[in-house]
Write a new protein. Structure first.
Length: 224
């Protein structure tokens, strides 16, 4: 797979870590928590985000882990478990295998999958995120479509005098567990919208949510 936006080369024996970190199933399935904690206990304690952890771990540490028999055994177990999960038919495949449904598109202004993808304020977003997680576990043929916001929803905090303050963090796509969607010609896939006097190009990013794909539209393209 493409190693977009990762500041290091992952050893060939551990390339599967990219798949595990980019699959947001870790937001509700914690079977791999012990593995990530082994990679870097400090970063894991502060982030609980495998993609952020991989962006901060050293090349030397990853190389050392390839020589750790216990780590490699657990890593291979998780990879095998993920393969079984992705290929299993799930409830939908078992009960409705004859259904003539290709895909169901679920559009939402926000998807609350976890803190690692801060594109939601709550309520609607958390519900939409739960729909995608349930669709993945059930094997439903669902595709999510939403927006990649440049700025996340504001976060509240208190200053030294106890006054409430708000901040709107900037979402740098290179730090989020998402990847560009490429066209067959190997360029970045875009959707064009025609407006009076101009055409708006939307870049497409993909987030993996177990068996489900979430496509996020982004208008912050320097080609505009």
């Amino acid at each position: 797979m493409r190693q977009a936006f990762l500041p290091l080369q992952v050893p060939a024996a551990l390339e599967g870590l990219l798949e595990l970190a980019l699959d947001l199933r870790w937001t509700w399935s914690h079977a791999g928590d012990a593995l990530w904690e082994t990679v870097d206990p400090t970063v894991w304690e502060h982030t609980r985000n495998p993609w952020t952890l991989l962006q901060n771990v050293s090349q030397e540490r990853l190389q050392h882990l390839t020589q750790d028999a216990q780590f490699m055994q657990e890593f291979q177990r998780l990879m095998a478990e993920r393969a079984r999960y992705l290929t299993a038919p799930g409830w939908y495949g078992d009960v409705h295998s004859a259904a003539q449904v290709a895909r169901i598109a679920y559009f939402s202004m926000e998807f609350g999958l976890g803190n690692g993808l801060p594109l939601y304020a709550g309520g609607l977003g958390v519900l939409a995120g739960d729909y995608l997680k349930a669709a993945s576990d059930l094997g439903l043929p669902v595709v999510g479509v939403g927006l990649l916001y440049q700025r996340g929803y504001f976060r509240q905090m208190l200053d030294g005098d106890g006054r409430q303050m708000e901040m709107s963090p900037y979402n740098d796509p290179t730090g989020l567990p998402i990847q560009p969607v490429h066209s067959p010609s190997d360029g970045w896939l875009h959707v064009s919208l025609d407006f009076p006097g101009r055409t708006l190009l939307l870049r497409i990013w993909q987030a993996r949510v177990g068996r489900v794909s979430l496509y996020l539209l982004d208008s912050n393209d320097p080609k505009q």
